[in-house]
Design a binder for this molecule. Structure first.
Ligand SMILES: [Zn+2]
Length: 114
């Protein structure tokens, strides 16, 4: 028996079991979420994947949970804001001007080189 001899066909104990029917569609289940506004959202999720505890309601944007009697509390009391609104919160107007000028300069530079 020599060292370094490769044993073929050795099973790796930690390998997951293979599904015998490979051509079947991935099994899915339906998970329902309810938001504070009473909107119900059904999502399809792969059967062996854990459902996320919270799902954003596509109708009102509030977090929705799987317990219809106790939907999660809203995480944000503010109305929906645009990305620009968030940026404006973080930046002063002067900074915004500088960033805009920088972006425009970069854009012009890129256009000029083409
Ligand atoms: Zn909703």
């Amino acid at each position: 028996m020599s060292n370094g001899h490769v044993i073929r066909g050795a099973r790796v104990g930690s390998a997951p079991a293979r599904h015998p029917e490979r051509h079947q569609p991935v099994p899915c289940r339906s998970v329902s979420y309810w938001c504070r506004n009473g909107h119900r959202t059904d999502i399809r999720i792969v059967a062996d994947v854990a459902a996320p505890p919270v799902w954003d309601c596509p109708r009102c944007g509030q977090p929705a949970g799987q317990d219809a009697q106790d939907p999660p509390a809203r995480t944000r009391d503010e109305p929906y804001k645009t990305h620009l609104a968030y940026v404006k919160e973080r930046r002063t107007d002067a900074e915004g001007e500088a960033i805009l000028a920088e972006a425009l300069a970069a854009l012009r530079h890129r256009r000029g080189t083409r």
